[in-house]
Write a protein that binds this ligand. Structure first.
Ligand code: ADP
Ligand code: MG
Ligand code: ZN
Length: 614
């Protein structure tokens, strides 16, 4: 019986014993029901006839049959009858003086078989089939709670940093982890503090999983990987014990990498999940993970990597020092990055000589690494369908078209004209931000679409955390928000809808300045507190219900004045720096992302020129 159960390994003995026990019980049952009664089976109507003729002496009524003996011509015979639902039977039997008796003797067996063994047998079977279906299962149904980790013990990942194209910064930041894993002792001796947990953050398909494997591959250490959803998908109460098991395994295999993919599925903020109906199972798993991370020491040589594309929903407890306190951004690739990624993936297919990866990169703004891998694969399929001898540029271009049609709903596709507008718009923000007196330095300018709302973005890093802001600073911030729109006005003599969000933010700031901070000279130092009663932003007019009409007009005027002053300021700056605006925007169109230093280089050149001419 066990020969068709080869994969059903660990407690072989127990398993064999169970099968034998079941077989034995079934055999006993069959023996009891047939062997003990070498009786004649008669029809129910014949049975009734016999009863009515007073031939039947004795019957035993069982669950589904009636057995008994009758005497015909002085000769006793045993019989059995299939029982028929018949309410009058007992009366009839008693009337004809038959000795009636129930059958208990084999009912315990019936109970045992139908009440216990069969249901459990079925459950057992289903369970067994399920556990067989789970591939890579290193455990059996008897050991549930042991996680099924994909442990690449012997075939440690072959992936290296060379497989991860672009993402230079992310690679640099993870290379420290590699150094540490290669020789934990050396780090320990030097007393360096090594992060326990490193969180890779970025949009889907940017190579986070790939990078994690590459870290293991570079360090030549085992890679224990599990996906967050796997923790919670199976039996209730298993998540936490899996976490425990994961860490035990990891400690045994150190130095090694534990990789938790999609950590947001278990690490969802407890505050968020309690709103959507808490999930005890996930919470226990998360708590166990936190406890395990606190309880071990990374100098033992275990580093935990995790990946997520939704860092904003993670429980803050996960990001505290000693847990995932280091976060690495794995962002969508820029032009150079995409070119490199194309090169990596084009190596895998047979190419015609004419293929130009730079040109491909130029046509794929906004695509992720995974999208690009798809494109090259699709191109190979297209070429195959045509029976072409190799993959040509036209196949790749067609594949890009297809990929972008698919993406159109997900993220906006950007044409050349839009790209130009976005470039000037973002440059406008950036230059104003650099030139006003009170502003944080620009960190990065980008025209790579990030989501649905923002087309491009300009990011700034605050010089220091600030709680107090002067009026001038707020004015400068508003001017910076106008920078985008004003740049469009100057260059294209027209504005696009892309500035709408900027305007909304600028208006909000101006309103707070007037009504909540009491910073406006005309309106004076008074706070119109009504907004707090309407936390979900209501239309301007209704939010100030108990303010007189006159005051409302004054407020409106003041807000408008602030906005137009800020706008003129932005305009003045950009007109004075028109050449730089052009220069930076063109560079941005070419490179897609610029660092703050790139921007400052161009702006400073001008300053130097001025100084030398004076
Ligand atoms: P993520 O985990 O960020 O969602 P993956 O690492 O699973 O993305 O990427 C999926 C696939 O896309 C990879 O296996 C690889 O083929 C391709 N890919 C993604 N990013 C890159 C990259 N930077 N360089 C090369 N290939 C990449
Ligand atoms: Mg992934
Ligand atoms: Zn803008």
């Amino acid at each position: 019986m066990n020969k068709n159960l080869p994969k059903f390994d660990p407690p072989k003995k127990l398993q064999l014993f169970l099968w034998y026990a079941i077989a034995a019980i079934i055999l006993i049952y069959i023996y009891q029901s047939f062997a003990k009664f070498p009786s004649e089976t008669i029809s129910y109507s014949r049975f009734i006839q016999l009863v009515k003729a007073n031939k039947v002496k004795k019957v035993s009524i069982g669950r589904s049959y009636i057995k008994g003996s009758y005497a015909v011509d002085g000769k006793n015979s045993l019989f059995s009858v299939i029982k028929v639902e018949d309410k009058n039977l007992v009366n009839l039997l008693l009337k004809h003086g038959v000795e009636v008796d129930g059958v208990i003797s084999s009912d315990w067996l019936n109970n045992l078989i139908f009440g216990w063994i069969l249901p459990f047998g079925i459950l057992f079977f289903v369970w067994y089939m399920l556990s067989r279906r789970m591939k890579n299962s290193s455990t059996s149904i008897f050991g549930f709670g042991k996680g099924r980790f994909r442990i690449y013990t012997n075939q440690r990942p072959e992936t290296t940093f060379n497989d991860v194209a672009g993402e230079k910064e992310a690679k640099e930041e993870t290379s420290e982890v590699v150094e540490f894993l290669k020789d934990p002792q050396r780090f320990k001796r030097l007393g360096g503090r090594i992060p326990k947990g490193v969180l890779l953050v970025g949009p889907p398909g940017t190579g986070k999983t790939l990078l994690a494997r590459a870290v293991a591959g570079e360090a030549r250490v085992p890679f224990i990987s599990i996906s967050g959803s796997e923790f919670v998908e199976m039996f209730v109460g298993v998540g936490a014990s899996r976490v425990r098991d994961l860490f035990e395994t990891a400690k045994k295999m150190a130095p090694c990498i534990v990789f938790i993919d999609e950590i947001d599925t278990i690490g969802k903020s407890r505050a968020i999940s309690s709103v959507t109906g808490g999930n005890d199972e996930r919470e226990q798993t998360l708590n166990q993970l936190l406890a395990e991370m606190d309880g071990f020491d990374s100098s033992g040589g275990v580093i935990i990597l995790a990946a997520t594309n939704r860092p904003e929903i993670l429980d803050p407890a996960l990001l505290r020092p000693g847990r995932f306190d280091r976060q690495i951004l794995v962002d969508k690739p820029d032009l150079d990055g995409r070119e490199e990624i194309f090169e990596v993936h084009l190596k895998k297919i047979k190419l015609a000589g004419e293929v130009d990866s730079r040109r491909l990169a130029q046509q794929t703004v906004g695509l992720s690494g995974a999208d690009i891998a798809n494109v090259t694969n699709e191109a190979a399929l297209l070429a195959g369908r045509e029976n072409a001898s190799d993959v040509k540029m036209k196949h790749l271009e067609e594949a890009i078209e297809r990929q972008q049609v698919g993406l159109e709903r997900k993220s906006r596709r950007i044409n050349v004209n839009e790209k130009k507008i976005i470039a000037y718009h973002e440059t406008g923000h950036a230059i104003v931000a650099e030139m006003v007196k009170f502003s944080e330095p620009v960190q990065k300018i980008s025209i790579i679409p990030r989501g649905l709302a923002a087309l491009g973005y300009t990011s700034q890093r605050p010089l220091e955390d600030r709680y107090l802001m002067r009026k001038d600073e707020i004015m400068d911030k508003i001017a910076m928000l106008f920078g985008g729109r004003v740049a469009e006005e100057i260059i294209f003599d027209d504005v696009s809808t892309g500035a709408q969000n900027d305007l909304a933010r600028a208006t909000d700031m101006a309103k707070s300045l007037v009504t909540r901070l009491g910073m406006d000279d005309t309106v004076g130092p008074i706070i119109f507190d009504d907004i707090q009663k309407f936390p979900l932003r209501t239309p301007y007019s209704s939010a100030y219900s108990d303010i007189s009409e006159e005051t409302k007009k004054i407020i409106e005027k003041s807000v408008q004045k602030i906005l137009s002053e800020a706008r003129s300021k932005a305009r003045k700056i950009l007109e004075e720096n028109r050449d730089e605006l052009e220069q930076v925007a063109k560079l941005l169109m070419e490179k897609e992302t610029l660092s703050g230093d790139d921007l400052r280089d161009i702006l400073n050149k001008k300053k130097e020129e001025k100084e030398t001419t004076v």
